[in-house]
Design a protein around this ligand. Structure first.
Ligand SMILES: [Fe+2]
Length: 224
């Protein structure tokens, strides 16, 4: 499909969907630079609008930075490409013939911002795309990293099944797409870089789900 002046494959031949745990899959896309060049400035503009509207004072730093909730409604081929990639990954992982995006949003994080542990309650699969991850030094230290800590994920329980004694930090390279069941508890550690960190998140299911996708799981002190 056309992205800017180039034709881009929804699923390039050399991209492998790899299980790093029975419940966690990763694919790394080689054309992230092109995607970033088209989405970064619009997302920074949306971030500025979010932060101007949503007073920084009193906003929970653990809520995950600026959330661009209307990202999915932007009329933009690059977002269509990302949506199609995530749906294709969903079909490959689950064997389903259908894929419906229940919710999609972008996160723009600044220094200190993080996301507390949570799952997503409505869908089969959740996905995160690292459009602009932290700098390599921070990635090595798991700063601004997507982490998984869940008793149903084998790699979190290396000594005894169901006993979480470890965390899983999937690759954080630019262009990495991470997928896991929506029930899996995940979080993002504090972003420590001076620049911005951008990720895109989806909740996907094989069926259309009635009702609103609003997820209360990121509110402090509430379940979800
Ligand atoms: Fe999440």
């Amino acid at each position: 499909m056309p992205i800017g002046p180039a034709q881009v494959d929804v699923w390039p031949n050399n991209v492998i969907l790899q299980h790093i745990d029975p419940l966690v899959c990763v694919a790394i896309f080689p054309d992230n630079d092109r995607i970033l060049s088209l989405l970064e400035q619009p997302l920074l503009d949306a971030e500025a609008a979010f932060r101007a509207q949503d007073s920084e004072q009193g906003r929970w730093i653990g809520g995950g930075g600026a959330k661009i909730r209307d990202f999915g409604s932007w009329q933009c081929p690059t977002i269509t490409l990302l949506n199609e990639r995530v749906k294709e990954a969903f079909r490959r992982i689950t064997g389903a013939t259908t894929a419906h995006i229940d919710d999609v949003w972008a996160n723009v994080s600044r220094k200190g911002e993080y996301i507390g542990p949570h799952g997503h309650r409505r869908t089969e699969v959740s996905a995160v795309y690292h459009l602009l991850p932290p700098e390599p030094g921070d990635r090595e230290q798991f700063n601004g990293a997507l982490g998984i800590s869940d008793p149903r994920v084998q790699r979190c329980c290396p000594t005894k099944q169901g006993l979480v004694t470890s965390q899983v930090y999937p690759p954080l390279d630019p262009g990495t797409l991470v997928l896991f069941p929506s029930f899996v508890t995940h979080y993002v550690t504090p972003h420590m870089g001076d620049g911005h960190r951008i990720s895109i998140a989806w909740n996907i299911d094989r069926n259309m789900i009635p009702g609103r996708p609003d997820d209360e799981s990121l509110l402090p002190g509430q379940g979800g």
